[in-house]
Design a protein around this ligand. Structure first.
Ligand SMILES: [Zn+2]
Ligand SMILES: [Zn+2]
Length: 235
């Protein structure tokens, strides 16, 4: 766990393509965006403990989108905390296990390191533990201290989160910094044109701390990095 700014914590590990989740503490209330890869959620639960909080302090969990790496700990965290689970309506039935996420090409693109994840989506393996979504989120809604952006393209219901007062944004898989800085993993971006528009909107937030779905958060030069990504057509 890394504290990016007071009360803003980045949780990450090697699994799920260096997947990251973000835990924010606002006056003792915890809000979590994404749940890391592992089903037992032990890294998230450990982080809550290290903050001197209990699972009951976790009030809300948002899922950026219904890809496996982001859903791992959700069912466990729901059970342990009773937190309200949020997602966009297009992703909700994937999260609840009623529909599988759309497969992507298994041909090599961008990096060989991504092949296992392309194959995983294609085979729908490993499956996540299904968890019902309690509330839907869409453009302009509030989630804890965040304003919600419907940043589609990577997937139709992909969400991003902006905490403007803190110059902090969580952009999910719209941007990745692993295996390299890129406008999301190319093979996974289902609608390139929508994704390009979303990148431009995310760059316009001018956030100085940017949490991404895969790889370390961007904490230096974030504004320039996002404008650079948004200036080019999405591959
Ligand atoms: Zn994804
Ligand atoms: Zn992802």
């Amino acid at each position: 766990m890394i504290e990016l700014a007071p009360g803003i914590h980045s949780l990450g590990h090697g699994k799920g393509g260096r997947v990251h989740a973000f835990l924010v503490d606002t006056g003792g209330e915890l809000s979590l965006v994404d749940t890391l890869f592992e089903n037992d959620a032990h890294l998230v639960l450990q982080a809550i403990h290290e903050l001197g909080r209990t699972p009951a302090d976790l009030k809300r969990i948002a899922i950026t989108h219904g890809h496996r790496s982001h859903l791992g700990g959700l069912a466990t965290l729901k059970r342990e905390s009773g937190a309200t689970v949020y997602a966009h309506r297009w992703e909700a039935d994937i999260v609840s296990g009623d529909r599988r996420a759309q497969a992507v090409s298994i041909l090599p693109q961008q990096s060989l390191k991504l092949i296992p994840f392309q194959l995983g989506l294609w085979l729908n393996r490993p499956k996540h533990v299904p968890c019902p979504v309690d509330e839907l989120l869409d453009e302009g809604d509030r989630f804890g201290p965040f304003e919600v952006l419907h940043a589609s393209g990577h997937s139709p219901g992909h969400l991003a989160f902006s905490w403007a007062e803190r110059s902090f944004a969580i952009v999910g898989d719209a941007v990745a910094t692993w295996p390299e800085l890129c406008p999301g993993w190319h093979a996974f971006n289902l609608n390139k044109r929508q994704h390009h528009v979303s990148l431009q909107r995310l760059a316009a937030l001018e956030a100085t701390i940017v949490g991404v779905g895969h790889g370390d958060p961007i904490t230096a030069g974030a504004q320039d990095a996002l404008h650079e990504l948004a200036s080019k057509p999405v591959p």
